[in-house]
Structure formats: structure tokens, C-alpha cells
Design a protein around this ligand. Structure first.
Ligand SMILES: C[S@@+](CC[C@H](N)C(=O)[O-])C[C@H]1O[C@@H](n2cnc3c(N)ncnc32)[C@H](O)[C@@H]1O
Length: 349
């Protein structure tokens, strides 16, 4: 099975395992370097010789082989029997044109700001707060949109592309029988909303996000056509006001950006105008019900260090929703890394 990745070596002594853990930042660097160099885009269906690959991406051949050795060790590319390097299932995801491509995510993961904030994780653990404002003078999203718009655009692309797989799973798992309008709050470029509108031909949607993000929403949702006809784009700051009326409010990967106090305040703002019985569905990883703790626990730290946020357990989600004045209903698996955590606005008959 040429495309599959090697199983991790077992029986490695503890000191070597810790050594490898401590230096795993080198793996992030290698994956990000591969994305920046465009290695995956330069490898087609046939294996490519190092000299040819080096010429294609503008690299030193020997240094490129050093990089490829590290990547191959983790299943990103493989050495072909006939010589040269070929794709694996992981390296294909670094291609720009791959469905659910992780190239933008790889560029984001190892971007300069990421190295800066991760290097201060111990400070975030001491204070319980994000290190971002101390380093950049303002919170993450203000910095992305005011000071580094290219990085902001990369962030939005990374979210949109990497969310494609889970959007389809969420659309399949979310029961929208009898629903007229769904609002995706902090919906980014509209990956999830598009999946929902495509799945339910009579559904209407509202995409709500910051102005700079909504302006670059998926063209299918904003430039005429059938889906755009059923979609309203609303920009604003969900900490101030959410002027949206809907039967279902979705927040995917949003509440984990915030600490409990901020999340409760934002949820209260969200449902201020909502009708009794409206559903609020958080779409998040659930720390004590995840099949992917290696992703959930690292995201938990990334949310802390970048925004003072956190992933949560099932009980913590329930408490959070109840503190926001909502009636907790259920947690539903989607078949992807995220679950649907559902509550309703009280007061319905
Ligand atoms: C982690 S991303 C998730 C995007 C999308 N829901 C997804 O799952 O791919 C968080 C989103 O919240 C938006 N956001 C952050 N602060 C916001 C605010 N104050 N008001 C509205 N949207 C905000 C960001 O622009 C971004 O699109």
C-alpha cells in the first residue's frame, strides 16, 4: 500500500522518546517548509528525482534531501523503489488543489507569529491568559486584520479548506427538519453554511463574521446564483451585537477561542434577540469524548496561548451553556473530530 504511512516504531527507550518529543518542533518546521517550498505541488503521479525536484522548487539538492528524509520519516512523501520521491496520502494533502487541502493550515501552523506565541506557553500557563496582546499590542484577530492582512487571509483560507471534511460530516449529522433559517456565527468564508445549503434545498442561511472575513466569503454564497439567493451575509462583532434572527445558531470552532466569562457574555449577546425555542449548536471537539486526543489537547493549548481560550469537556460545555441562560439538550457525534453541543433558548411552549 504505497500511499500509507509507516507505523511508529515501538519499544523506543524513554529518553529517546522524550528527546523526540522535545524536538518535535522540527517536524512542524519541516511540514511548513514543505508547504512554503511547494514540494507537494511539484510532485505529480510519477516519482521525482531529487535534482529535478530541487530545480522545480528552487532548492539546494542536498539540503532538500535532508528535508525529505525528515518528512518521509513521518509519512509525508515516500522514497519510490525505482528511485526519487513520490506522494503518500499525507503529502497529497499539502497540494494546493487537494480536496480539504491542509497546505494553508501547514503554512499557518509554522508561521512566524506561531513560533513567537508557542515560545511563551509557560507564561500563558502561569497567568491563564493569552500571550498575544503582550507580544503584538492587541488581540489576535485585531492584529490579523489591522496589521498583517496577508496573515489574516491565510488564517481564513486555512479554516475554510481544513473545515471542508468536517463541514460535510456536520451537515449530515445536524437535524434541520422544520428549520427555515440557519445562522453560522463566526462562520468564516462559509464552508459549513455552503454544505448545509447544498444539502437542504429549501434552507436559508446567514453568514455572520467580521467585516474583513465576510468580504471574502465563498463566491458561491455572495455572487448571485441559487445558493447566494438563499444566503444573507452579515458582518459585525459578536461581542457587541448579532443582528440576526434564525431558527438555528451554529458556532463552529468559535467558543473554544474564549475563556468562560467571554464565552458566556458572547452567547448572551447572541441570543438577546433570539426567539424562545431557537437552537444554539456549538460545533467543537469535546475533550473527554474525543478519538483524537493528540489534536484536541494541542488545540487546547493553542487556544490558551493565542486567545486565552480552551477546549472543554462535556460537563464544562453544559455548565457554560446554562450560565449563558440556555437549556442544554444534547451532544451528538458527527463522525468527524467535532461534536454538536446543542441547547435551546428557553421560554418556548
Ligand atoms: C477558528 S475560526 C472558525 C471559522 C469557522 N467557523 C470554521 O469552523 O472554520 C473563528 C472565526 O470567528 C471569527 N471571529 C473572531 N472574532 C469574532 C468576533 N468578535 N465577531 C465575529 N466573528 C469573529 C473569525 O473571523 C473566524 O472566522
Amino acid at each position: 500500500m504505497a500511499d500509507q504511512v509507516p507505523a511508529p516504531a515501538s519499544g523506543t527507550p524513554a529518553p529517546l522518546r522524550l528527546h523526540a518529543l522535545a524536538y518535535s518542533l522540527g517536524v512542524t518546521a519541516a511540514v511548513t517548509a514543505a508547504a512554503r517550498l511547494g514540494l507537494a505541488d511539484a510532485v505529480g503521479e510519477e516519482p521525482v528525482r531529487p535534482a529535478e525536484l530541487a530545480a522545480a522548487v528552487g532548492a539546494d539538492e542536498e539540503a532538500l534531501v535532508q528535508l525529505l528524509r525528515a518528512l518521509v520519516c513521518h509519512g509525508v512523501f515516500r522514497e519510490a523503489e525505482e528511485g526519487g520521491y513520490a506522494h503518500t496520502e499525507l503529502s497529497r494533502l499539502l497540494r494546493t488543489d487537494a480536496p480539504a487541502s491542509r497546505k494553508a493550515m501547514a503554512l499557518l501552523a509554522g508561521a512566524p507569529f506561531a513560533w513567537r506565541i508557542w515560545s511563551r506557553l509557560d507564561d500563558a500557563v502561569r497567568t491563564g491568559e493569552s500571550v498575544f496582546p503582550g507580544l503584538y499590542g492587541k488581540p489576535l484577530f485585531a492584529h490579523l486584520h489591522e496589521d498583517e492582512p496577508e496573515l489574516g487571509a491565510l488564517f481564513d483560507r486555512a479554516m475554510a479548506k481544513s473545515g471542508e471534511t468536517s463541514a460535510v460530516a456536520v451537515a449530515a449529522a445536524l437535524d434541520l427538519a422544520g428549520t427555515d433559517t440557519v445562522a453560522d456565527i463566526g462562520g468564516g468564508h462559509g464552508t459549513l453554511l455552503r454544505a448545509l445549503l447544498e444539502r437542504h434545498p429549501a434552507l436559508n442561511g446567514v453568514l455572520f463574521d467580521l467585516e474583513q472575513v465576510v468580504a471574502h466569503a465563498d463566491p458561491v454564497l455572495r455572487e448571485g446564483g441559487e445558493l447566494a439567493g438563499r444566503c444573507r451575509l452579515v458582518s459585525g462583532d459578536c461581542h457587541i451585537e448579532v443582528p440576526v434572527t434564525a431558527d438555528v445558531y451554529l458556532l463552529k470552532g468559535v467558543v473554544h477561542m474564549w475563556n468562560d466569562a467571554t464565552a458566556v457574555a458572547a452567547l448572551r449577546t447572541l441570543v438577546r434577540e433570539a426567539r424562545p425555542g431557537a437552537r444554539v449548536v456549538l460545533v467543537e471537539q469535546v475533550l473527554d469524548a474525543t478519538d483524537n486526543p493528540e489534536i484536541a489537547t494541542v488545540m487546547n493549548l493553542l487556544m490558551l496561548v493565542s486567545q486565552g481560550g480552551r477546549e472543554r469537556t462535556a460537563r464544562e460545555f453544559r455548565t457554560l451553556l446554562e450560565r449563558a441562560g440556555l437549556e442544554f439538550r444534547s451532544i451528538t457525534a458527527t463522525g468527524s473530530v467535532v461534536r454538536l453541543i446543542e441547547a435551546v433558548v428557553p421560554g418556548a411552549r
